[in-house]
Design a protein around this ligand. Structure first.
Ligand code: ASP
Length: 320
């Protein structure tokens, strides 16, 4: 069995008529990141290093909701979060509330490697970043004009939004958390994630996000919560995207692993059950790989920016 990789750039209600000037750059980034991952796995880099590498690239791309391009809180600030996990050792690291760190996923990895802890947030996480000397930038670096506009629209609609919504306020269907699940953005962005198995059979996952548009200051989503948005063990590696509150309630990533572990389901069966049966429609997507080299990219939203490949030469890039 050889290596395999899958990555995502967020799930949501992505309109099928997404203009090509919006679609193309995102597809190009997915393709480029997939190629980076393939090259790294082909040259025997570890799954852990590969998922970090790919997510760093996605964080650096302002078209996705992570790192530069992160969506804004209700105060117009960014609070980025990320999580990384190694399947064989179950070592993991997570960060939240970052305002200046260029690559949150690499800080999460440093939390895993250099501290006795798993999860650092807000001032403590920023101080750790300074102590480690990771690249930081003034908060303005992370804020894009598009995201200022998104926040304005979300405030007008009085809603918290997953991804980009171009709302006519009266048409917005808010759920009980007052979250507009997904809508017809012509500039869809999303959380990013990557899962991989290397040629030695090591599994790893990484997820990074700016969270939800107009989220409360201090809100933490599923991404950095081990077992919710991100989880890996020696059977599978999972990275989820969508409405964080739904993903946390359903412990999406851990449930996929648990169904394999305790019920003997295949990765495909486990992921399909979690996405179709245990999470509300229109809220969740995930990418996952298993120790057997299976790759799945499941979602119950209209679409999910996604890409995958394996050592046998199979590869796929998709949105809907
Ligand atoms: N899951 C992320 C959050 O709720 C958002 C996303 O996946 O787009 O913070």
């Amino acid at each position: 069995m050889g290596w395999a990789i899958a990555l995502h750039g967020g799930a949501g209600d992505i309109p099928r008529n997404l203009p090509s000037d919006r679609r193309q750059p995102r597809e190009d980034t997915l393709r480029r990141c997939l190629e980076i991952g393939i090259a790294a796995l082909s040259t025997h880099q570890s799954a852990l290093d590969v998922v970090e590498l790919v997510v760093r690239e996605l964080e650096n791309c302002p078209n996705f909701n992570a790192g530069r391009g992160s969506v804004l809180t209700s105060d117009g600030t960014v609070e980025m979060e990320a999580c990384i996990m190694d399947g064989n050792t179950k070592k993991c690291g997570a960060v939240s509330g970052l305002t200046t760190v260029v690559n949150p996923i690499s800080l999460a990895k440093l939390v895993m490697e250099k501290t006795p802890h798993i999860y650092l947030a807000f001032d403590g996480a920023e101080a750790f970043a300074r102590a480690q000397g990771v690249p930081t930038k003034d908060y303005n670096h992370f804020i894009t004009t598009e995201n200022i506009e998104r926040l304005k629209q979300a405030k007008e609609a009085n809603a918290v939004q997953v991804d980009y919504t171009q709302p006519v306020p009266t048409q917005l269907a808010k759920d009980k958390d007052n979250v507009v699940a997904f809508s017809d953005g012509d500039s869809q962005t999303g959380t990013v994630g990557c899962v991989a198995i290397d040629s030695l059979g090591n599994l790893a996952t990484a997820t990074s996000t700016g969270g939800l548009v107009n989220k409360m200051v201090g809100r933490i989503g599923d991404t950095p919560i081990i077992g919710a948005g991100t989880y890996a063990n020696n059977m599978c590696a999972v990275s989820a995207t969508g409405k964080g509150e739904s993903i946390i309630r359903a412990t999406v990533a851990r449930d996929v692993a648990a169904l394999m572990e305790y019920k003997g389901l295949s990765l495909k069966e486990a992921a399909a059950f979690v996405v179709e049966e245990s999470t509300p429609k229109g809220t969740v997507g995930l990418v996952a790989v298993s120790a057997r080299g299976e790759v799945v990219m499941e979602f119950n939203t209209t679409g999910m920016f996604r890409a995958c490949a394996n050592e046998d030469g199979f590869s796929e890039i998709g949105i809907w």
